[in-house]
Design a protein around this ligand. Structure first.
Ligand SMILES: [Zn+2]
Length: 208
């Protein structure tokens, strides 16, 4: 398994390449380019969100808790008919929910390298980005969704390569619930829940 730093470096480089596509191919400005770089890098860190190794995980939850209210702002603001106070309260609750409740839930119920470390989880990350990113531009949202999935995939592949090449043997099944690039896990409730979420998000995208 590659280290946190290894994933950060690899996904960061990949993200820089991917982000520059926005500048070079489509003549977008630096905004989308840097957001794409950031999301690709984030995607490269996401699969290990369920490891209990402390700092990086806490940091990721801290970032998600801060960024999500920011992304939701326009929608919530519109929903509450431009009431700033109600919007602040709701987004504050979202922050606390992600920072404390969701992170607690994660540590408690996920197994490292369980379903969060899989191909369907990669698609879930992409669909979520597509759905929550506050822009009417479908091409931009698709671009960013692909970015986060690319980073996610780089993480899975890197883990897989490490387990084969650098250690000479695959990680034992009982220790890490199987291969890094996988479609299902030993736990069928986790597998079913993941696919249900995937189908639900696909349906949401279909509705937009
Ligand atoms: Zn990993």
């Amino acid at each position: 398994m590659a280290s946190y730093r290894g994933h950060l470096t690899f996904a960061g480089l990949l993200g820089t390449g991917y982000g520059s596509l926005a500048l070079l191919e489509w003549n977008w400005d630096w905004g989308p380019a840097i957001v794409a770089t950031g999301l690709t890098t984030l995607g490269g860190l996401l699969p290990d969100l369920d490891s209990d190794s402390g700092v990086p995980v806490r940091e990721l939850f801290g970032i998600s808790a801060a960024v999500t209210p920011f992304l939701l702002f326009p929608r919530v603001y519109a929903h509450f008919r431009q009431s700033t106070e109600q919007t602040i309260v709701v987004l504050g609750v979202v922050y606390l929910f992600i920072r404390y409740l969701l992170s607690h839930f994660f540590n408690r119920f996920t197994v490292h390298r369980g379903m969060f470390h899989s191909l369907p989880a990669m698609v879930i990350a992409g669909l979520t980005t597509y759905l929550v990113y506050p822009s009417p531009n479908i091409r931009l949202r698709t671009f960013l969704a692909v970015g986060i999935m690319l980073g996610f995939l780089s993480h899975l592949i890197l883990d897989e390569l490490y387990s084969v090449d650098f250690m000479g043997v695959r990680l034992r099944l009982n220790k890490y619930a199987g291969s890094a690039v996988k479609l299902y896990s030993k736990s069928w409730p986790a597998t079913v829940a993941t696919y249900l979420l995937l189908v639900y998000l696909l349906w949401c995208v279909w509705q937009t």
